[in-house]
Design a protein around this ligand. Structure first.
Ligand SMILES: Cc1cc2nc3c(=O)[nH]c(=O)nc-3n(C[C@H](O)[C@H](O)[C@H](O)COP(=O)(O)OP(=O)(O)OC[C@H]3O[C@@H](n4cnc5c(N)ncnc54)[C@H](O)[C@@H]3O)c2cc1C
Length: 531
């Protein structure tokens, strides 16, 4: 069973792969066995001499992006389109390709390549213009008007159109080739970013095993952090169960491989308890219901909600979200106007508690209301094989190979016995659980925003980290709570990348993408030519 661990999951085993030697700049002469010294570890601002004395080879490159997932990809994509050559940027990552983590997480949480993802037709991380949209591309490729008809009548007469995961990956692969992404990628584990005396930063990379250098110091004027989710978080009682029982079969996270649950359901009738009310719970539920129908199974599902939504809810009659049978319904994880409408401009003006309150109001767990899922759940309720409950779990026990959960409800404590429990409650670990971010919090003046994550400016500059003319930017889930709420989405990562590219253009690092450049670059994109 594989478990999502962003900090160490994707690196190859020691000795399996050679170090991708950085090609930019000239390493400063130093013995190749250098490691972090006690002096480096305790000093907030490093000098070139300190790094040299430690024997850590240094490489100079103007911009470093740490992460190498979709956030890094869309940022270097923007910058390539803004005229930055590959030699001026390096992406430090433990991934082989940018959609690797996304593909892993979507696959295990029941969105394999052939299924449709959550975001809409114009959210194209491989295309900064969003044109042609996924729906148009699918219509042309499949010679069918159906996707176009759907976007025309969504969401009233049809569900929102969303692309298949395979289409997203194919586009990313093409764009990755077009911008020569692999030339910028350096494999390894980033350990820390420290300010450099005289300006800029040192980013320490631990290259994969079997390479001469233990560490490499990347000296750059700009750093971009897009490290994704800091870590996988289980509900405390689930964590306790797994630790005490050393059982990783009966209680699983939707974000880890749990195919054995569906396999077992095909061999014998099982009871599955689901925890959570978001899109991942919907997807897992859909898989159980699809398999039930497809293979004539007798799977029973008990769905436990901590916050049970009984109907439409909101502060007033004009500001309400649909809900029912436990779920809060919303097409996308935030109202659409956060990406470019009135909520985007309102949020840019809010500070402190007011911003935190606004996040609370429009965020929260929600899922799209898809017609097929509604029909399947209705059949399940009528057939008595799908039931929902509101409550929390105090204790979980393993009895005769089954999991017994003590569920505290408004009516008292109920004992629910299930063959499997699938936790679909999320990935929300604290930012301090990520080693690079913890180091920044301790040594580089980084503060937390009103919801406890990295505090970024409207330009996505990490507040308090300026170093001479150097700037650290951050985007993605670690910056949720900032002036722009949709940041952990494809479109949100692109909007952040655009802000970063504009800021870098003001600082003279790249060209501004004005109307002429944009048009010329779109034509290059359409022809598959490098930027
Ligand atoms: C199941 C699921 C479905 C989603 N569906 C959608 C959707 O349909 N539409 C949408 O718009 N958004 C969606 N999202 C949200 C978001 O767009 C994706 O999660 C996206 O992949 C985030 O990109 P990222 O670069 O921030 O993180 P990632 O893609 O995870 O990339 C960051 C990567 O950085 C690497 N890393 C971390 N620390 C280090 C280090 N120290 N050194 C080297 N490398 C490091 C890790 O490999 C990590 O995975 C979904 C999220 C999930 C979990």
């Amino acid at each position: 069973m594989t478990t999502y661990k962003p900090d160490d999951r994707a690196g190859p085993p020691d000795g399996e792969e050679g170090h991708a030697q950085p090609t930019v700049g000239r390493p400063v002469a130093a013995p190749a066995t250098g490691d972090l010294t006690a002096e480096l570890l305790r000093t907030d601002i490093w000098t070139d001499e300190m790094v040299q004395a430690a024997g850590i080879p240094a490489v100079q490159v103007p911009l470093i992006s740490v992460g190498g997932g979709i956030g890094s990809f869309v940022t270097v994509d923007y910058l390539r389109i803004a005229g930055v050559p590959t030699e001026h940027m390096r992406v430090l990552s433990n991934l082989d390709f940018p959609w690797q983590t996304y593909e892993y997480l979507t696959r295990v949480s029941q969105i394999p390549r052939g299924e449709r993802i959550r975001s809409d037709s114009a959210s194209r991380p491989d295309n900064i213009w969003g044109f042609p949209s996924y729906a148009l591309a699918e219509a042309v490729r499949g010679r069918t008007l159906a996707p176009l008809r759907q976007v025309l009548v969504e969401p009233i007469w049809a569900d929102y159109y969303t692309p298949k995961a395979a289409q997203v990956f194919a586009g990313l692969e093409r764009e990755s080739r077009r911008i020569s992404y692999q030339q910028m990628l350096v494999r390894g584990q980033a350990r820390m970013v420290r300010r450099r005396r005289g300006g800029g930063y040192f980013t320490i990379l631990t290259p994969p095993g079997g390479t001469p250098a233990r560490r490499v110091a990347y000296q750059s004027q700009f750093v971009h952090l897009a490290v994704g989710y800091p870590g996988l978080r289980f509900l405390p009682e689930l964590q306790q169960f797994r630790t005490e029982q050393q059982d990783f079969q009966h209680v699983v996270s939707a974000y880890e491989d749990h195919e054995h649950v569906y396999d077992t359901a095909r061999i014998k009738p099982v009871v599955v308890m689901l925890r959570g009310g978001g899109i991942v719970a919907s997807r897992v539920l859909a898989r159980l219901m699809d398999d039930r129908e497809k293979y004539g199974l007798r799977t029973e599902i008990v769905h436990l909600f901590r916050t049970y939504v009984a109907g439409a809810h909101g502060p007033n009659a004009w500001n309400r979200r649909k809900g029912g049978e436990g779920f809060a319904y919303q097409g996308f994880n935030y109202p659409k106007s956060v990406w470019g409408g009135q909520l985007k401009s309102k949020m840019r003006k809010l500070e402190g508690d007011q911003r935190a309150a606004a996040y609370k109001l429009m965020g929260g767990t929600n899922t799209p209301k898809r017609r097929r899922w509604q029909e399947q759940m209705r059949q399940g309720r009528e057939g008595g094989w799908y039931r929902t409950m509101a409550g929390t779990v105090d204790e979980m026990l393993l009895k005769d190979g089954r999991v017994v959960s003590m569920v505290k409800t408004a009516a008292g404590v109920s004992e629910i016995t299930a063959d499997f429990v699938i936790d679909c409650t999320g990935l929300e670990a604290d930012i301090s659980e990520h080693r690079v971010l913890a180091d920044l919090l301790e040594h580089s003046g980084v503060a937390r925003n009103p919801v406890g994550r990295l505090d970024v400016e409207r330009t996505f500059e990490l507040r308090g980290t300026a170093s001479g003319t150097g700037v650290i930017y951050a985007s993605g889930a670690t910056t949720l709570g900032g002036y722009f709420p949709g940041v952990d989405t494809f479109l949100g990562l692109q909007i952040a990348a655009q802000e970063i590219a504009d800021d870098l253009a003001r600082r003279g690092f790249c060209r501004r993408i004005g109307p002429l450049r944009s048009t010329a670059q779109w034509l290059r994109w359409a022809r598959g030519q490098e930027p």
